[in-house]
Design a protein around this ligand. Structure first.
Ligand code: 2M8
Length: 426
């Protein structure tokens, strides 16, 4: 995609953002609002960093893996103890050091979507130093296998090969409408005082509501007080399309890494197929895309969100034609959106500025653009990527934007926005 006049300017500015947010071992999602290392952010960041510094991209992923638990989970957050007063819930909330099988660094007990093996494979491929790349592959393959084993062993709680999330934070799409009904069944009164430290850095209208935060904390408390054990009677248990799509996509990457390190790629390919097939149970014909399944009630959550478009990343997806039509149709891109809205623009409660309830996110647009290219829509993919990098540069790498106007929201100098912009500009 080289040759576009401002590609260099995009890359220069984006690299400056990633340099600014680099701590020496990992990249903060943004200074201020997110002062620790976040799991799926780091994998997206590595995807962009690999073009400028494969070595640093390797360090980014390995610094996250230093937070892995003995049961294989890669935590949602690896805390920087020096910044524990800057984000809630912090390390003192989780007290991970009191549990057996936890790493020496403090972490959250929850997880985030598994895009790591995919990122590791892309970083490996981008590293021109063959010896360094091979060493990296040898070091990261076993912990990445353990991570997938955790998800397929302990997290398949819905009598299906699909992995469950036990908290909205685990989906990465914290206040997505997919979680509304399940959250409504929960108390919003945690014992722990809900510190809204986030509101020092972002306006209340752009963040989850007080009620949502009450429920987020209550649920996190329940999970922590159960020693972060995964049981099929947890109060929040859902199968999410993006989590499982990234699991399936990452299994393909693990198959490639297995080849490199002399392991058997077969089981990864088989698991990829199994999850791809199982995702069909989340397909909702009336909406023309995948939705979440509430394991507690057994019901599908009938809301059209960007999560349900990401199965397009899977090469052998049976519903690909329908999903492409839905992506291009009135609920998402049909009205001329510049990037992919996080929620159905035709829904009565769509809100173009409210976090995961409408705005377009750079990581999700990047994922959907990949999927559209894979399934025969290169023109739309190119247009989305062009808008992605242009809006990123124009608005100082915002966290998310109004999908119709491109107006920026959330924090600025946001790392995965910069990383995605590099990836599409080089
Ligand atoms: C947002 O989530 C955190 C909790 O994990 C928060 O709101 O404080 C989400 O956008 C999530 O996807 C992202 O990983 C995280 C850090 O950028 O921020």
């Amino acid at each position: 995609m080289s040759g576009r006049p401002d590609a260099d300017a995009v890359v220069r500015a984006a690299v400056a953002v990633l340099d600014r947010n680099w701590t020496g071992s990992h990249t903060l999602p943004a200074t201020g609002l997110y002062p620790h290392q976040w799991s799926w952010d780091s994998a997206f960041i590595a995807m962009g960093l690999r073009h400028r510094s494969p070595e640093r991209a390797e360090q980014e992923l390995e610094s996250l893996l230093a937070g892995q638990w003995a049961d294989g989970r890669i935590p949602q957050i690896v805390y920087d103890p020096r910044r524990d007063d800057d984000y809630a819930p912090g390390a003192t909330f989780w007290r991970s050091d009191e549990l057996p099988g936890t790493p020496s660094v403090p972490t959250a007990g929850l997880v985030q979507p598994p895009n790591h093996a995919w990122a590791a494979w892309e970083v490996y491929r981008a590293d021109p130093d063959a010896d360094r790349a091979a060493d990296f592959a040898r070091r990261v393959y076993p912990p990445l296998v353990a991570w997938h084993d955790y998800l397929t062993g302990r997290r398949t709680l819905g009598r299906s090969p699909l992995a469950c999330v036990v908290h909205p934070w685990e989906s990465g799409m914290d206040n997505s409408p997919l979680w509304d009904e399940a959250l409504a069944r929960l108390p919003d009164t945690p014992r722990h005082k809900v510190d809204r430290l986030d509101l020092r850095h972002a306006s209340a209208g752009e963040r989850p509501s007080a009620k949502e935060y009450g429920r987020f904390f209550w649920l996190a408390e329940q999970y922590r007080d159960g020693d972060c054990q995964d049981r099929d009677d947890l109060p929040f248990l859902l199968e999410d399309p993006t989590v499982n799509t990234l699991l399936a996509r990452s299994e393909l990457a693990l198959a490639e890494l297995a080849r490199v390190v002399g392991a058997d790629p077969g089981p990864h390919r088989e698991h990829h197929e199994e999850v791809t097939d199982a995702l069909d149970a989340l397909f909702e014909p009336a909406l023309g895309l995948h939705v979440a399944r509430d394991v507690t009630t057994g019901a599908l959550v009938r809301r059209a969100t960007v999560s349900g478009l990401t199965p397009l990343l899977l090469p052998r997806l049976p519903r690909a034609t329908t999903l492409v039509a839905t992506a291009l149709g009135p609920r998402f891109l049909g009205g001329g959106a510049l990037m992919v809205p996080s929620y159905d623009v035709t829904a009565a409660d769509f809100d173009a500025g409210q976090y995961w309830r409408g705005p377009a996110w750079f990581n999700m647009t990047w994922l959907v653009a990949h999927g559209l290219r894979l399934h025969g829509e290169p023109g739309t993919a190119d247009r989305l990527e062009q808008n992605l990098r242009d809006l990123a540069l124009e608005h100082d790498f915002p966290e998310y934007v109004d999908p119709a106007t491109g107006a920026p929201h959330g924090t600025r100098k946001f790392s995965w926005t910069a990383a995605m912009a590099i990836d599409v500009a080089v």
